[in-house]
Design a protein around this ligand. Structure first.
Ligand code: MG
Ligand code: MG
Length: 258
């Protein structure tokens, strides 16, 4: 069931989104060669709990961490660990919070200490895919319009669009209807309405879109071990400009024009 949020519910999701944004920015500033993903996980949990919120990933279907830390060919759901990050690795951090019973979900990817132009392009194009998709998240459009826009942009660069995983509705639950795939046909799927809140999250690989799951039953890896990038925000659909709840003040139209 797709839930439509009212203004007071949206205001709570704004607060959850603002908190999550501040947490992710703090993590981003901490990332450098030598840092461990376990340190980032502990930092995230403390920041979230100190703000009176709950790390939504921790314990979700048994997931053991507050962040997903996915490195290089890991697509999503990577486990934090004690290995030191090395310069040039592609690190994706995904995190979610519950504040006052309302959820937010967001992810970014970065090259640890900087990396090759080829890898940076993958990270940049994945972010572009998000903004291009988010720009289509408007009342009256169909979900397929958004999915298709993401797919076209990624494939234009010769990249693979991960198909086994997708974005999702979000609200009081982390995963609500509808599914938000990163590939599809324009004019198809659910009609978007103001008050819908969805997590849009392109997962883009430098090679194949095919993936498998590691032995920990969580971590998803590209089958050809090509690099993969992930970028996500929680977005509110309105009758005009979509509002990126997990990136306060950011204007979708400005990002698309860049
Ligand atoms: Mg996420
Ligand atoms: Mg998500």
């Amino acid at each position: 069931m797709i839930t439509i949020k009212n203004e007071s519910q949206i205001e709570k999701m704004r607060k959850a989104g603002a908190l999550l944004h501040s947490v992710l920015e703090a993590l981003r500033a901490e990332i450098e060669p030598g840092v461990t993903t376990l340190h980032l996980d502990q930092m995230a949990e403390k920041l979230i709990r100190d703000a009176g919120a709950i790390p939504s990933f921790k314990g979700y279907e048994g997931f053991p961490f507050s962040i997903c830390a996915s490195v290089d060919d890991q697509v999503v759901h990577g486990f934090a660990d004690r290995r030191k990050l090395r310069k040039g690795q592609l690190l994706s951090i995904d995190c979610g919070v519950i504040l006052d019973d309302w959820q937010s979900d967001s992810a970014f990817s970065v090259l640890v200490g900087g990396g090759t132009p080829m890898a940076q392009k993958l990270v940049d194009v994945t972010e572009e895919c998000f903004w291009i998709g988010a720009n289509m998240a408007r009342e009256g459009n169909r979900l397929g319009d958004l999915s298709h826009a993401i797919q076209v942009h990624a494939e234009k660069h010769g990249y693979g669009v991960i198909r086994d995983l997708c974005g999702h509705g979000i609200g009081q639950e982390m995963h609500e209807d509808p599914n938000v795939p990163n590939y599809g046909n324009p004019g198809r799927g659910v009609k978007l309405q103001r008050g819908m809140t969805i997590a849009i999250e392109p997962m883009i690989s430098m090679g194949t879109w095919k993936v498998y799951c590691e032995d920990n039953d969580w971590t998803i890896v590209t089958r050809d071990h090509s690099l993969c990038s992930h970028y996500e925000h929680t977005v509110l659909i309105t009758d005009g400009e979509p509002e990126v709840l997990s990136y306060p003040g950011k204007k979708v139209a400005e990002e698309v024009r860049r």
